[in-house]
Design a protein around this ligand. Structure first.
Ligand code: SAM
Length: 206
């Protein structure tokens, strides 16, 4: 791997994840709309922090759906629980993941999102393998990372940004194919990946 993973953002900075300017900067509702989550979908917010995206996804998948909020910091999951309680959300399940294992049931996930998280994985390869295992055939992943190239994300430290080339160099060999690269966000790339079927496996979206 030709980059050094960034340090994990600690829970002491949780307020920053809920900053009021974030709606304008990261357009979370537009991201969720673009994903096209359906009622009843099983979704994951990987590296969920306070659940800024998980809570929005929970509304999109409705009472018949479910969102796993995975994080390696129990304190972040406490914030997630608190926010869900305050907002009356009952379909979010906090999951304490490990550094190399998100602890998700295999073959069970329709959609996963990673926002400002992947560059923090200290061991991305085993995480990608476990995430792939958790997806249903045809399951998809939305990956959002600050742009490395150009000026749009120059306010962000270099190790917290990624180029398209860097992402594809790690995700393609891990068994994912790029379905779309969407560029409406002010400072971030928005990738959609699909699990590439193993030989003999059906790749159809269920
Ligand atoms: C910058 S925060 C982003 C939080 C959230 N995705 C958001 O956009 O509000 C990164 C989060 O990823 C989590 N994280 C880092 N490595 C992880 C891993 N291997 N598995 C699960 N979560 C991880 C951190 O604990 C932290 O809460």
């Amino acid at each position: 791997m030709e980059r050094t993973p960034a340090a994990v953002m600690t829970f002491h900075g949780a307020d920053w994840l809920e900053r009021p300017t974030r709606e304008e900067e990261e357009r979370p509702d537009d991201v969720i709309r673009e994903m096209g989550l359906k009622e009843g979908d099983v979704a994951v917010d990987m590296g969920c922090g306070t659940g800024y995206f998980a809570r929005r996804m929970a509304k999109a998948v409705g009472a018949t759906g479910k969102v796993y909020g995975v994080d390696i910091q129990p304190e972040m999951l406490d914030y997630l629980r608190e926010f869900c309680k305050k907002e009356g959300l009952t379909n979010v399940e906090p999951v304490l993941g490990g550094e190399v294992d998100p602890k998700l049931p295999p073959n069970s996930i329709d959609w996963m999102i990673l926002v400002d998280v992947y560059h923090e994985f200290q061991q991305p390869a085993p995480m990608l393998a476990k995430m792939r295992e958790a997806l249903k055939p045809g399951g998809r992943i939305a990956l959002i990372e600050y742009r490395m190239l150009g000026d749009t994300a120059k306010h962000i430290k270099t190790e917290h940004r990624m180029s398209v080339k860097q992402v594809l160099a790690e995700w393609n060999p891990a068994g994912f194919e790029l379905v779309d690269l969407i560029e409406f966000l002010p400072a971030q790339h928005f990738f959609i990946f699909q699990k590439r079927p193993d030989r003999g496996e059906s790749g159809g979206k269920s």
